[in-house]
Design a protein around this ligand. Structure first.
Ligand code: FMN
Length: 178
């Protein structure tokens, strides 16, 4: 049976290393994986917009979560925290009942320019996921620091074999709880 993996990248730029990380997760999670990259380029949450009707992209995001067997999220670190676009997407999906993430197996990662690899943003993301009662893996932890260094990413792809091994380990753990 196909394993449906949803990747969520907290960065919108085309050359995002976080997007490359979740794409690598899709490649490394197994031959039976159908990988989808979520579009979280959503309007800012606004209760008036919600009252007028959910934007189609928000509905599509929620449906993508519901359809997934597992979710992998990678966040950049913006000023020691997760990105606003990711928090905004999490806020939108929280307006749906039953909660799309409830009980969902979730793996988290981070990639940053700083040497710490987003330890703070990843911790914030873990905290932000708490209300949704999803099953967030505690380990292994994947933090990719100094993300501009030679041999790590090339043409929007994670190429460093050691790091690919860490991502593969995280995906094996995700599949084990799915
Ligand atoms: C607004 C902003 C704030 C940032 N703050 C941090 C930070 O606190 N720690 C850090 O390691 N990198 C920080 N960075 C650098 C990001 O880690 C870097 O841009 C990273 O490549 C973003 O992820 P991406 O490659 O997926 O776009 C910041 C970048 C931006 C644009």
């Amino acid at each position: 049976m196909t394993y449906r993996l949803l990747g969520i990248s907290g960065a919108l730029r085309r050359a995002s290393t976080n997007t490359a990380l979740v794409r690598a997760a899709g490649e490394l999670a197994g031959d039976d994986v159908a990988f989808t990259l979520a579009d979280i380029d959503l309007p800012l949450y606004n209760g008036d917009v919600e009252d007028e009707g959910y934007p189609p992209k928000v509905l599509a995001f929620v449906e993508a979560i519901r359809a997934a067997d597992g979710v992998v999220i990678s966040t950049p670190e913006y000023n020691k925290n997760l990105s606003g676009v990711l928090k905004n997407a999490l806020d939108w999906q929280s307006r749906f009942s039953p909660g799309p993430l409830k009980g969902k197996p979730v793996a988290i990662m981070s990639a940053t320019a700083g040497a710490a690899g987003g330890q703070l943003s990843q911790f914030s993301l873990r905290h932000c996921l708490t209300p949704f009662d999803c099953r967030v893996l505690a380990a292994p932890q994947v933090h990719v620091g100094d993300n501009g260094r030679e041999g790590l990413f090339k043409d929007g792809r994670l190429v460093d074999e050691k790091t690919r091994g860490y991502v593969a380990g995280l995906m094996a753990a995700l599949r084990a709880i799915s």
